[in-house]
Design a protein. Structure first.
Length: 255
């Protein structure tokens, strides 16, 4: 493996072992499987750097009924971002799409029913891509499919009493749309449910908390398609971090 010295280069080894050489160092660096190296402008390869582990994709669904399914997987410690790839074959010779996301969540484009394959790698602070995991899934687009949600974006924060606007794209097969807001992701505590012919719903009456919303399409004959994936948003202050400890201000001393 030979790196140029006029720019920072990176290399990852997933199997075997290579000798990394830079123009600024006569001594190659041995890099084994599961490690990477960086060669900055001075041409001296870094010591081997352990690659991040492969993301866990075991909990992903094996089937979707929408054109643009949302995937969410477990975060990888120390990951700065994730590379997500989608293909129609397990060898990824027919690559459909590739993206970088800052969070362990991505919306992927398939558009038609069929069999697909997903690959995900975590990317560290050195911009080295870690070990990858692969997941096979099918898409069988239900009819009519749910519309594509536009806003609010996932985990958006809206002030209490603010004008909360939900909007979505038109679905060609839909004559109207079912819209719901709930206090839980399973939609057992539904707060709003309505049928709309327009692509919009607005409200101001939600107190502080985390909520979920979802959409479905209706045909002109009243037939309803499947619900789209639930999407979360927050009204009021963002939730504290899991490891944060709440503190109570001390009472003023009595004089």
């Amino acid at each position: 493996m030979l790196f140029r010295s006029d720019e920072t280069s990176r290399g990852e080894i997933v199997e075997g072992k290579v000798e990394a050489k830079g123009t600024g160092s006569p001594t190659p660096v041995g890099v084994g499987a599961g490690y990477g190296t960086i060669v900055p402008a001075n041409g001296v390869p870094s010591a081997p750097i352990a690659l991040l582990p492969a993301p866990n994709l075991k909990n992903l669904p094996s089937a979707f009924t929408v054109r643009r399914p949302i995937i969410a997987f477990d975060p990888v410690p120390n990951a700065e971002s994730y590379r997500v790839l989608v293909a129609t074959d397990a060898e990824f010779t027919d690559l459909l799409g590739e993206s970088i996301t800052k969070t362990p969540r991505a919306q992927i484009d398939t558009f038609i029913s069929g069999n697909y394959f997903l690959r995900v790698r975590a990317v560290d602070a050195n911009r080295l891509e870690g070990m990858e995991n692969q997941h096979a899934f099918t898409v069988k687009i239900a009819s009519p499919p749910p519309p594509e949600a536009l806003r609010p974006n996932p985990d958006s924060n809206i002030p209490v009493g603010g004008n909360l606007i939900f909007s979505w794209a038109a679905e060609p097969e839909a004559a109207s749309y079912r819209f719901q807001v709930a206090a839980d992701e399973e939609f057992t505590q539904i707060l709003h449910t309505t049928q709309r012919t327009i692509l919009l719903f607005a409200t101001r009456d939600l107190p502080s908390g985390r909520y979920y919303w979802r959409l479905a399409s209706n045909r002109a004959n009243g037939e309803q398609g499947p619900w789209g994936p639930p999407m979360s948003f927050i009204v009021g202050e963002r939730e504290p971090a899991a490891n944060a400890q709440a503190t109570t201000p001390a009472a003023p001393a009595k004089k």
